[in-house]
Write a protein that binds this ligand. Structure first.
Ligand SMILES: [Zn+2]
Length: 236
Protein backbone atom coordinates (compact mmCIF):
# COMPACT_ATOMS: atom_id res chain seq x y z
CA UNK A 1 0.00 0.00 0.00
CA UNK A 2 1.37 3.38 -0.94
CA UNK A 3 1.50 6.30 1.41
CA UNK A 4 -1.29 7.83 -0.63
CA UNK A 5 -3.60 4.85 -0.16
CA UNK A 6 -2.85 4.67 3.54
CA UNK A 7 -4.31 8.13 4.13
CA UNK A 8 -8.01 8.82 4.18
CA UNK A 9 -10.80 10.87 5.72
CA UNK A 10 -11.08 14.39 7.16
CA UNK A 11 -8.09 16.63 6.69
CA UNK A 12 -6.28 13.76 5.02
CA UNK A 13 -9.01 13.75 2.40
CA UNK A 14 -8.11 17.34 1.52
CA UNK A 15 -4.43 16.46 1.40
CA UNK A 16 -5.14 13.57 -0.95
CA UNK A 17 -7.22 15.75 -3.23
CA UNK A 18 -4.45 18.36 -3.39
CA UNK A 19 -1.97 15.65 -4.34
CA UNK A 20 -4.30 14.38 -7.06
CA UNK A 21 -4.79 17.91 -8.39
CA UNK A 22 -1.02 18.53 -8.45
CA UNK A 23 -0.36 15.26 -10.26
CA UNK A 24 -3.16 15.83 -12.76
CA UNK A 25 -1.93 19.35 -13.51
CA UNK A 26 1.53 17.89 -14.04
CA UNK A 27 0.11 15.32 -16.45
CA UNK A 28 -1.58 18.15 -18.36
CA UNK A 29 1.49 20.31 -18.99
CA UNK A 30 1.62 22.52 -15.92
CA UNK A 31 4.67 20.87 -14.35
CA UNK A 32 7.32 23.29 -15.58
CA UNK A 33 9.52 23.50 -12.50
CA UNK A 34 9.41 24.81 -8.98
CA UNK A 35 6.64 27.28 -8.21
CA UNK A 36 3.25 25.67 -8.91
CA UNK A 37 0.77 25.67 -6.04
CA UNK A 38 -2.60 24.20 -5.20
CA UNK A 39 -4.32 25.31 -2.01
CA UNK A 40 -7.61 24.56 -0.28
CA UNK A 41 -9.24 26.60 2.47
CA UNK A 42 -9.34 24.88 5.87
CA UNK A 43 -13.05 25.02 6.65
CA UNK A 44 -13.92 27.14 9.66
CA UNK A 45 -10.32 28.26 10.22
CA UNK A 46 -8.19 31.21 9.15
CA UNK A 47 -5.92 28.71 7.46
CA UNK A 48 -5.40 26.72 4.27
CA UNK A 49 -3.68 23.60 2.96
CA UNK A 50 -0.96 24.03 0.33
CA UNK A 51 1.85 22.06 -1.30
CA UNK A 52 5.46 22.78 -0.39
CA UNK A 53 7.64 25.14 -2.40
CA UNK A 54 10.57 22.88 -3.20
CA UNK A 55 8.83 20.15 -5.21
CA UNK A 56 7.30 20.36 -8.68
CA UNK A 57 3.61 19.58 -9.09
CA UNK A 58 4.57 16.18 -10.51
CA UNK A 59 6.61 15.35 -7.40
CA UNK A 60 4.06 16.25 -4.73
CA UNK A 61 3.14 13.51 -2.24
CA UNK A 62 1.00 13.66 0.90
CA UNK A 63 4.17 14.46 2.83
CA UNK A 64 4.58 17.67 0.81
CA UNK A 65 1.24 19.23 1.83
CA UNK A 66 0.96 21.44 4.90
CA UNK A 67 -1.49 23.69 6.67
CA UNK A 68 -0.62 27.36 7.16
CA UNK A 69 -2.39 30.21 8.90
CA UNK A 70 -2.80 33.54 7.14
CA UNK A 71 0.50 34.77 8.59
CA UNK A 72 2.36 31.82 7.10
CA UNK A 73 2.81 29.95 10.37
CA UNK A 74 3.03 26.18 9.93
CA UNK A 75 0.05 24.49 11.65
CA UNK A 76 0.41 20.98 10.25
CA UNK A 77 3.07 19.26 8.17
CA UNK A 78 6.79 19.66 8.17
CA UNK A 79 7.83 21.23 4.89
CA UNK A 80 9.25 24.44 3.51
CA UNK A 81 6.73 27.28 3.48
CA UNK A 82 6.20 28.72 0.01
CA UNK A 83 7.39 32.19 -0.81
CA UNK A 84 4.02 32.69 -2.45
CA UNK A 85 1.79 31.86 0.52
CA UNK A 86 0.76 35.51 0.98
CA UNK A 87 -1.21 35.50 -2.23
CA UNK A 88 -3.30 32.52 -1.14
CA UNK A 89 -3.89 34.01 2.31
CA UNK A 90 -4.83 37.32 0.73
CA UNK A 91 -7.36 35.81 -1.67
CA UNK A 92 -8.99 33.68 1.05
CA UNK A 93 -9.42 36.76 3.21
CA UNK A 94 -10.66 38.87 0.30
CA UNK A 95 -13.02 36.34 -1.33
CA UNK A 96 -15.32 34.35 0.97
CA UNK A 97 -16.68 32.51 -2.09
CA UNK A 98 -13.26 31.00 -2.87
CA UNK A 99 -12.26 27.69 -1.31
CA UNK A 100 -9.44 26.65 -3.64
CA UNK A 101 -6.65 28.37 -5.58
CA UNK A 102 -4.33 27.07 -8.28
CA UNK A 103 -1.22 28.87 -9.52
CA UNK A 104 1.09 27.51 -12.18
CA UNK A 105 3.57 28.41 -14.85
CA UNK A 106 1.99 25.96 -17.28
CA UNK A 107 3.81 25.87 -20.62
CA UNK A 108 1.04 27.46 -22.64
CA UNK A 109 -0.28 29.56 -19.78
CA UNK A 110 3.20 31.08 -19.58
CA UNK A 111 3.23 31.66 -23.34
CA UNK A 112 -0.11 33.46 -23.03
CA UNK A 113 1.17 35.45 -20.06
CA UNK A 114 4.12 36.53 -22.16
CA UNK A 115 1.74 38.04 -24.69
CA UNK A 116 0.60 40.19 -21.74
CA UNK A 117 -3.06 40.05 -22.67
CA UNK A 118 -6.15 38.09 -21.61
CA UNK A 119 -7.20 34.88 -23.33
CA UNK A 120 -8.89 35.38 -26.69
CA UNK A 121 -12.17 33.56 -27.31
CA UNK A 122 -11.21 31.08 -30.01
CA UNK A 123 -13.16 27.94 -28.97
CA UNK A 124 -16.51 27.24 -27.38
CA UNK A 125 -14.85 25.91 -24.19
CA UNK A 126 -13.01 29.20 -23.95
CA UNK A 127 -16.33 30.88 -23.20
CA UNK A 128 -16.01 29.54 -19.65
CA UNK A 129 -13.62 32.48 -19.24
CA UNK A 130 -16.01 34.98 -20.82
CA UNK A 131 -16.37 38.03 -18.60
CA UNK A 132 -14.51 36.11 -15.87
CA UNK A 133 -10.79 36.76 -16.46
CA UNK A 134 -8.50 39.67 -15.72
CA UNK A 135 -4.93 40.67 -16.54
CA UNK A 136 -3.12 41.81 -13.41
CA UNK A 137 -0.97 44.97 -13.66
CA UNK A 138 2.08 43.03 -12.49
CA UNK A 139 2.93 40.03 -10.32
CA UNK A 140 2.88 41.65 -6.86
CA UNK A 141 0.03 40.63 -4.58
CA UNK A 142 -0.66 44.30 -3.93
CA UNK A 143 -1.60 44.43 -7.62
CA UNK A 144 -3.22 41.02 -8.04
CA UNK A 145 -5.40 41.30 -4.93
CA UNK A 146 -7.36 44.37 -6.04
CA UNK A 147 -7.35 43.23 -9.69
CA UNK A 148 -9.08 39.90 -9.12
CA UNK A 149 -12.38 41.44 -7.93
CA UNK A 150 -15.02 38.76 -8.61
CA UNK A 151 -13.09 37.03 -11.40
CA UNK A 152 -12.00 33.40 -11.26
CA UNK A 153 -8.94 33.69 -13.53
CA UNK A 154 -6.00 36.08 -13.33
CA UNK A 155 -3.40 36.16 -16.10
CA UNK A 156 -0.16 37.44 -14.58
CA UNK A 157 1.87 39.09 -17.35
CA UNK A 158 5.30 37.55 -18.04
CA UNK A 159 4.69 35.06 -15.22
CA UNK A 160 1.75 32.61 -15.27
CA UNK A 161 -1.84 32.45 -14.08
CA UNK A 162 -4.08 31.93 -11.08
CA UNK A 163 -7.47 30.28 -11.05
CA UNK A 164 -9.81 30.23 -8.06
CA UNK A 165 -13.02 28.37 -7.34
CA UNK A 166 -15.71 27.58 -4.82
CA UNK A 167 -14.31 24.04 -4.92
CA UNK A 168 -10.97 22.46 -5.73
CA UNK A 169 -12.75 20.71 -8.59
CA UNK A 170 -13.60 24.00 -10.27
CA UNK A 171 -10.30 25.79 -9.57
CA UNK A 172 -8.24 22.85 -10.85
CA UNK A 173 -10.43 22.13 -13.87
CA UNK A 174 -10.46 25.81 -14.75
CA UNK A 175 -6.66 25.82 -14.63
CA UNK A 176 -6.34 22.75 -16.87
CA UNK A 177 -8.85 24.26 -19.30
CA UNK A 178 -6.89 27.51 -19.31
CA UNK A 179 -3.73 25.60 -20.22
CA UNK A 180 -5.56 23.93 -23.14
CA UNK A 181 -7.16 27.14 -24.33
CA UNK A 182 -3.90 29.09 -23.99
CA UNK A 183 -2.27 26.54 -26.30
CA UNK A 184 -4.94 27.10 -28.91
CA UNK A 185 -4.87 30.86 -28.52
CA UNK A 186 -1.09 31.23 -28.69
CA UNK A 187 -0.82 28.78 -31.58
CA UNK A 188 -3.31 30.88 -33.56
CA UNK A 189 -1.77 34.22 -32.57
CA UNK A 190 0.02 34.73 -35.88
CA UNK A 191 -3.05 33.87 -37.97
CA UNK A 192 -6.25 35.69 -38.86
CA UNK A 193 -8.37 33.18 -36.89
CA UNK A 194 -11.48 35.07 -35.75
CA UNK A 195 -12.66 35.19 -32.17
CA UNK A 196 -16.13 33.94 -31.26
CA UNK A 197 -18.55 36.85 -31.82
CA UNK A 198 -19.33 38.68 -28.59
CA UNK A 199 -23.07 38.02 -28.73
CA UNK A 200 -22.56 34.24 -28.75
CA UNK A 201 -20.22 33.98 -25.79
CA UNK A 202 -22.61 34.12 -22.84
CA UNK A 203 -24.88 31.48 -24.34
CA UNK A 204 -21.92 29.18 -24.98
CA UNK A 205 -20.65 29.77 -21.44
CA UNK A 206 -23.99 28.71 -19.99
CA UNK A 207 -24.12 25.68 -22.26
CA UNK A 208 -20.61 24.48 -21.48
CA UNK A 209 -20.49 25.29 -17.78
CA UNK A 210 -24.05 25.23 -16.41
CA UNK A 211 -25.66 22.68 -18.69
CA UNK A 212 -22.83 20.37 -19.70
CA UNK A 213 -20.99 20.61 -16.37
CA UNK A 214 -17.71 20.69 -18.25
CA UNK A 215 -15.56 21.71 -15.30
CA UNK A 216 -16.99 19.05 -13.00
CA UNK A 217 -16.52 16.42 -15.72
CA UNK A 218 -12.98 17.64 -16.30
CA UNK A 219 -12.23 17.28 -12.60
CA UNK A 220 -13.35 13.64 -12.59
CA UNK A 221 -11.04 13.14 -15.59
CA UNK A 222 -8.24 14.91 -13.74
CA UNK A 223 -8.69 12.69 -10.70
CA UNK A 224 -8.19 9.66 -12.97
CA UNK A 225 -5.15 11.29 -14.59
CA UNK A 226 -3.76 12.23 -11.19
CA UNK A 227 -4.22 8.71 -9.88
CA UNK A 228 -2.42 7.22 -12.89
CA UNK A 229 0.44 9.70 -12.49
CA UNK A 230 0.70 8.82 -8.82
CA UNK A 231 0.74 5.10 -9.50
CA UNK A 232 3.47 5.54 -12.15
CA UNK A 233 5.53 7.90 -9.96
CA UNK A 234 4.57 7.20 -6.33
CA UNK A 235 7.46 9.18 -4.88
CA UNK A 236 7.46 11.90 -7.51
ZN1 LIG B 1 4.50 31.97 -9.96
Amino acid sequence: MSTFEAVGGGANEIVNEIVLACRALAARGCDTGIGGHVSVRATGEDAFWINAFDRTLGEVTVDDVMKLDYDGNLLEGNREVSLGFEFHAGVYQHRSDVSAIVHSHGRWITALASLARPLKMRHNLCCIFHDDQVLSPDDRFESIGPAIETNHTVIIPWHGAITVGATLARAAALHATLEDQAQLDVTLEATDAPEIPEHLRLGLKKLVDDQAGYLEQTWTLMRRQGQRHLEAHPTG
